[in-house]
Design a protein around this ligand. Structure first.
Ligand code: AMP
Length: 538
């Protein structure tokens, strides 16, 4: 017998109409690309999204069409999310930090024909124009004095498109499985691959991340996704914030410690989300300036491993830094490292050891680790295998890429994350390495993440990466590469001595290299492939 409950479709537009009606005077504040702060409400945003929806239809955008953005995190990008998806088209957010070849590939692969571009990125579009489809039209997002000469048709600027429309528009209803957003993930090899989110997956993900042990944004919060809106839909915050009625603060292009601090203080931000590199920079600013955060209480850090020393540094300031783990293919949230009631009595070090794990799955995410033969390994916190995941906001295939889909997704839906991990008896998953980054020395695994976390706890070290270097006797040996904290000079002997207090001798790096800067990928991860090219053949 089937239940008798209404099957209302889970649509993205309903999140914004809900916010406009029930949190109508709650603000969205953006630091604009032009500089000044822009301030309006969910009610205003929904009205403008309706105008934009009409403008898109007038420009010929049809359901299923991909409409691309090359844009910072501002109110205009927020409106594009809702208006594009709201008419049944697909919002394709392009990460402007990708290499030229990757951007050219994804615009062509996605068949984008309309591109909304912040003025900052117009030179990038001009450079790539000869390799983009010649009928790809450009809408500048900010004010432009004269249409720039970029070799592609340029339409009136965004505000002019909106000004030409009225608000007389009703959001259409359609199948909740309709595609809503597209985001490419740039592996280090091969072409970028597209994750195509649906309305249903996006709404379910927004519910899930709002759970108390995940991101828990409420109508009393002021939330700032420092993670850009071009990275996995701003980790779902542009959906979860209006769903829960939280004030939303969008930081625009300036993400350095001082700019963030000023914005957080001025707007009374209580919750912010970003990659560890952002929080390293933010903490270094607080440290150097002696500044105190008066409203900030919680941070979510994901995208790369969070060193326990960083959790401890923020805890000393009364700020809880929670680690999250996820992937573009997972919308992105998979796990969060919230503590359990039974941990209340633990000492500081034991708590840190739990918080340093990537965390427990939010309900909806299935998770297992398997050995090379595909056999499931026990949740004992020791057995290490590849992490496989499955769930309603995890991809079932890559967009128009059969080969990549077949390589990553099992017929029964399990997705190979490419991460090596353990899962303990309490459900906490810990990533030891990307599969291709693990170090195998004398037949034993060495976790580069464990070594990196320990290295950044040293007072002289700002950032650390460990890579495998081929070794005739042991197969591979670890090499530690670090950058210095301001005014400090890391030394090999001191660092090895520091690590030797926590690791057996055979796990210690054979050498330490100090560099000015580590190379990062477009999503802020240390680019180990580049480090292996530079230092991997010693
Ligand atoms: P992306 O699709 O760009 O978000 O990258 C996803 C990958 O980032 C994952 O497969 C992990 O390798 C890595 N990652 C994300 N969050 C974490 C975390 N908290 N700790 C370690 N690695 C992470």
């Amino acid at each position: 017998m089937l239940g008798l409950m209404a099957e209302r479709p889970l649509l993205i537009s309903s999140i914004l109409t809900h916010a406009a009606r029930f949190h109508g005077d709650t603000e969205i504040v953006s630091r604009s690309v032009e500089g000044p702060i822009h301030r309006y409400t969910y009610r205003d945003a929904e009205r403008r999204a309706r105008r934009l929806a009409k403008a898109l239809i007038r420009l010929g955008v049809a359901p299923g069409d991909r409409v691309a953005t090359l844009a910072w995190s501002t109110h205009r990008h927020f409106e594009l999310y809702y208006a594009i998806a709201g008419i049944g088209a697909v919002c394709h957010t392009i990460n402007p930090r990708l290499f030229d070849d990757q951007i050219v590939y994804i615009v062509n692969h996605a068949a984008d024909r309309l591109l909304f571009v912040d003025t900052t990125f117009l030179p990038l579009v001009a450079r790539l124009a000869p390799r983009l489809p010649s009928d790809c039209r450009i809408v500048p997002l900010g004010p432009c004095e004269a249409p720039p000469a970029i070799g592609l048709p340029v339409l009136p600027v965004y505000e002019a498109l909106l000004a030409a429309e009225d608000e007389d528009f009703a959001w259409p209803e359609f199948d909740e499985r309709t595609a809503a957003a597209l985001c490419y993930t740039s592996g280090t090899t091969g072409h970028p691959k597209g994750a195509l989110y649906s309305h249903r997956s996006t709404v379910l993900h927004a519910y899930a991340i709002s759970l108390p042990d995940a991101i828990a944004i409420s109508a009393r919060d002021v939330v700032c996704p420092v993670v850009p809106l071009f990275h996995v839909c701003g980790w779902g915050v542009p959906f979860a914030a209006p769903m829960n009625g939280a004030k939303l603060v969008l930081p625009g292009p300036r993400l350095d410690g001082e700019s963030l601090y000023q914005l957080f203080e001025a707007e009374e931000v209580t919750y912010a989300l970003g990659v560890p590199t952002i929080w390293l920079g933010f903490e270094a600013y607080l440290d150097a300036s002696g500044a105190r955060c008066s409203s900030l209480r919680r941070l979510l850090s994901g995208g790369s491993a969070v060193p326990p020393s960083m959790v401890a540094a923020f805890a000393r300031r009364g700020i809880e830094l929670r680690q999250g783990w996820g992937m573009t293919e997972m919308s992105p949230l998979g796990t969060a490292a919230a503590l359990k009631r039974k941990h209340a009595a633990l000492g500081a070090d034991a708590l840190l050891a739990i918080q340093a794990k990537q965390g427990r799955p939010v309900f909806g995410v299935e998770m297992k680790i398997v050995d090379d033969e595909g056999r499931t390994l026990p949740d004992d916190g020791k057995s290490m295998g590849e992490l496989l995941v499955r769930g309603p906001w995890i991809i079932s295939a890559y967009f128009a890429d059969e080969a990549a889909s077949a390589a990553a997704i099992e017929p029964d839906g399990w997705f190979h994350t490419g991460d090596m991990a353990t899962i303990d008896g309490d459900g906490y998953m810990q990533i030891t390495d990307r599969r291709k980054d693990v170090i195998k020395s004398g037949g034993e695994w060495i976790s580069s993440i464990d070594l990196e976390n320990a290295a950044v706890a040293h007072q002289d070290v700002a950032e650390a990466a460990v890579i495998a270097v081929p070794d005739p006797r042991w197969g591979e040996r670890p090499l530690l590469i670090v950058t210095a904290r301001d005014g400090r000079q890391p030394e090999r002997a001191a660092l090895i001595e520091h690590l030797a207090t926590q690791f057996p001798k055979w796990m210690l790096p054979d050498d330490v290299v100090v560099v000015d800067e580590l190379p990062h990928t477009a999503t802020g991860k240390v680019m180990k492939t580049r480090l292996r090219e530079l230092y991997g053949r010693r």
